[in-house]
Write a protein that binds this ligand. Structure first.
Ligand SMILES: Nc1ncnc2c1ncn2[C@@H]1O[C@H](COP(=O)(O)OP(=O)(O)O)[C@@H](O)[C@H]1O
Ligand SMILES: [Mg+2]
Length: 358
């Protein structure tokens, strides 16, 4: 039987199957007639193209917001073949790829309908941006120490090696820059381990005092800066259900930041208490400081990878901006949350909520 003999050939799909597929398809599917009137739109297309509810007999240009879509259909009907366009929908913050496919009775005939296939690439786009930014950030952060090391080595080889009064100083500078790079590489590995979900967490009941002890390791640093490091732990605070070494790292990170971003003579306080939130026992840790603070417009961004505020960006060798990203991941992997409140010039408070071990 020739393929165009009327009855569907063995490869044609039954209509009810097509209906079922179109209904569940993640891609949007719209069928437009040669008269530009809408014949069909599946649920995904209604959402992605923000189509109005009543579509019967509507003209495409009255139903879609983006004027470029009807133009694609016109081109398609006019014999342009398949037309593909990437369309940004800023109002819905969506990035769409729309394909207009001509549908004709036979291969040689003029198209009588156009099928619009709409793919939502918003997530993919966002990931691409994140990845691009990430590579740019890593390269930028590595360039500074690498350039410094190169210069120091050249200076040493150019004669400074013989000059014992400066050689030692140059070598110790190389050591510092190398340590900075090593720290960054360690943080990157840590971050990628956490993000890939392969972080082995060993949650056990962890007394808050263990975390206080972790913060205590930074006391020499605070002393050096003539800062007061206080604890204020409610004795009734329940133990935390968490991985002691990971959480110790989070607390150390927050206290280290507080020390770094607080001027000489300031006060840093680590406090803890139990709380009940929606029937769950939580432990709330607060690390507060009397430091430079964070501007309101930057508050939402400090947990992003590599983000450093304007104030801290200029300082060399002062961290990579990964610490808070790691802290947030770790806390969230525990089912907890982390947030920050701050007043520029007055100080900041980082608030961590973790599940209690009760
Ligand atoms: N206690 C704080 N006070 C003021 N700014 C802070 C504080 N903690 C963090 N920040 C800001 O948030 C940024 C990100 O912190 P973090 O991820 O730990 O990076 P890093 O410490 O390596 O700079 C810091 O560069 C700094 O600008
Ligand atoms: Mg830090």
């Amino acid at each position: 039987m020739p393929p165009d003999a009327g009855a569907p050939g063995p490869s044609a799909l039954p209509v009810r199957l097509l209906d079922a597929v179109a209904e569940r398809l993640e891609e949007g599917l719209v069928v437009v007639g040669a008269d530009h009137r809408l014949r069909f739109a599946n649920p995904a297309a209604r959402v992605l193209l923000r189509l109005p509810d009543a579509l019967e007999g509507r003209r495409l240009e009255d139903a879609v917001q983006d004027y470029r879509i009807p133009l694609m259909v016109t081109a398609c009907l006019g014999g342009a073949g398949e037309v593909v366009r990437e369309l940004d929908d800023p109002a819905a913050a969506r990035h769409l790829v729309v394909r207009a496919v001509p549908v004709a009775e036979t291969a040689a005939a003029a198209p009588v309908e156009v099928a619009l296939l709409v793919r939502d690439e918003t997530r993919l786009r966002r990931l691409e941006t994140v990845r691009r930014d990430f590579v740019a950030n890593v390269s930028h952060e590595l360039r500074t120490p690498v350039t410094a090391i190169q210069l120091l080595v050249e200076t040493l080889l150019g004669g400074a090696l013989e000059d014992t009064s400066v050689a030692g100083e140059f070598v110790s500078k190389i050591g510092l820059e190398t340590a900075h790079m090593a720290q960054m590489v360690a943080e990157l590995i840590e971050l990628s381990t956490i993000e890939s979900g392969r972080l082995p967490l060993r949650p056990v009941p962890t007394p808050v005092q263990d975390l206080v002890a972790a913060a205590e390791r930074l006391r020499p640093l605070a002393d050096e800066r003539h800062q007061e490091l206080r604890h204020d732990v409610d004795p009734a605070t329940p133990a935390i259900l968490g991985d002691p070494s990971r959480l110790g790292q989070v607390v150390r990170n927050l206290v280290h930041n507080a020390i770094k971003y607080t001027p000489v003579g300031g006060v840093i306080t680590l406090s803890a208490r139990g709380r009940t939130q929606r029937g769950r026992e939580l432990v709330e840790l607060r690390v507060s400081d009397t430091g430079c603070g964070i501007a309101p417009e930057e508050l939402g961004r400090v947990f992003e990878r590599f983000y450093k505020t304007d104030r801290s960006r200029g300082r060399d060798g002062e961290g990579t901006g990964l610490g808070l990203a790691i802290a947030r991941h770790t806390v969230e992997a525990h089912g907890g949350s982390i947030e920050v409140e701050s007043t520029p010039g007055v100080g900041s408070v980082f608030i961590v909520r973790l599940p209690g071990a009760v």
